[in-house]
Ligand binder design. Structure first.
Ligand SMILES: [Zn+2]
Length: 385
């Protein structure tokens, strides 16, 4: 077993990261790039675990388990809170980054979406990359290296992930989770190559049901009232699904902390106070996690709808490419015949706009309402947006 097992079709990158984790040609700053769903953050977090594990990422020791659970003291996982990284948060991060590791050789800082650093915050980060504290490793993630400032990019060693093929994702679903072949292939295709999403579709009936509901929405935008009702449903379901994902993790986190402090062991009473303060620190982590999971739920809705209209566009352009939603072909053909490709493009545009609005903290119900109302009448989309 290894912390790298979860990575699919990235043998080249995994070999390089393993070599570095074992102490050969280690570097202080890394840039991990790859298309959405290729496993950028999975790779970075696996590498982080391998760096704090005394056995190079065995996947079974306490360091690996804490790393996988997201509670290792020497790993910090940074995700942007808004559309960009603020300069104050970046300064605070740089201060923390200067601290020596507590129990491992490395203090690892994983930063997602490095493309969301603007000039001022990027120059603060750059300073630390130029003169890295001796025990600190930066693992930066971005879709492509072009998205990252040249000054930052040039300080990093780059690891490039590729999009796994649908077949390799399906194979992995069968090998790891015993998913039957047809469902595995369907899930890989429906997830548009996004590994985490493919697993959820393959293994969770509720996820498949939610997906069907979402894909039915473009056919149900008859009235503005129905658009409003569907927007409320999207947000309510996303929140309910988020709770059912994060609640067990929150409980597990607290259990891990108690175990780490020797709960159940004789003399345990003495550390009850430390546990309380550790649990308090976990509350912020839990809040961040909930925000992240909820935003993933919204992303899924948008990804499914983008795939749906991409299919409509394929039919409208007369192409015979395989549809993402092949099983919905009759419905998609009908929509393709009753609307124009210009309208389809506007609908795809408004999905992109909705994603930006959600990132900018627009009220989710309003964001989805305006998306669905624009599906109903694409002329509402202001030109130039
Ligand atoms: Zn380990």
């Amino acid at each position: 077993m290894s912390v790298f097992d979860a990575l699919i079709g990235q043998d080249h990158a995994v070999a390089e990261l393993k070599r570095a984790a074992s102490g050969n040609s280690m570097t202080h700053a890394w840039l991990i790039t790859g298309p959405p769903g290729s496993g950028r953050s999975t790779s970075a977090l696996a590498f982080a675990a391998a760096l704090v594990c005394p056995n190079g990422g065995c996947g079974t020791c306490v360091d690996c388990l804490n790393a996988i659970a997201g509670v290792h003291v020497d790993i910090e996982h940074i995700v942007p809170e808004g559309i960009i990284y603020s300069i104050d948060d970046t300064k605070a991060l740089i201060e923390r980054a200067a601290l020596a590791p507590s129990r491992s050789h490395w203090h690892v800082i994983v930063i997602e979406d490095v493309d969301r650093f603007r000039n001022d915050a990027a120059s603060v980060l750059l300073k630390s990359l130029e003169e890295p504290p001796p025990g600190t490793v930066w693992l930066l993630c971005a879709p492509t290296s072009d998205d990252v400032f040249e000054t930052i990019r040039s300080r990093c060693r780059q690891v490039v992930l590729t999009s796994p093929t649908l077949e390799s994702i399906a194979q992995q679903l069968t090998n790891r989770y015993g998913i039957e072949k047809d469902l595995a292939l369907f899930s890989a295709r429906a997830a548009q190559g996004h590994i985490g999403r493919a697993k959820a579709i393959a293994t969770d009936e509720l996820v498949r049901q939610r997906r069907n509901e979402i894909l039915d929405m473009p056919n149900r935008v008859h009235s503005v009232v129905s658009c409003f009702e569907m927007a409320a449903t999207i947000v309510a379901n996303a929140n309910a699904d988020t709770d059912s994902i994060v609640e067990p993790l929150d409980i597990q986190d607290e259990k891990n902390i108690r175990t780490a402090y020797g709960d159940g062991v004789e003399g345990f009473k003495g550390v009850e106070r430390q546990i309380k303060s550790a649990v308090k620190a976990l509350e912020k982590r839990a809040k961040d996690r909930r925000r992240r999971v909820l935003s993933d739920q919204y992303d899924r809705v948008l990804l499914d709808l983008t795939g749906f209209y991409r299919d409509v566009l394929i039919i409208q352009s007369g192409s015979d490419l395989l549809l993402i939603n092949e099983e919905l072909r009759p419905k998609i053909e009908k929509l393709a015949q009753t609307s124009s490709s210009a309208e389809t493009l506007k609908r795809i545009d408004v999905i992109r706009e909705t994603r930006d609005n959600l990132l900018a903290n627009v009220n989710p119900v309003s964001a989805f309402e305006s998306m669905l109302v624009t599906f109903r009448n694409p002329q509402l989309l202001s030109s130039g947006s």
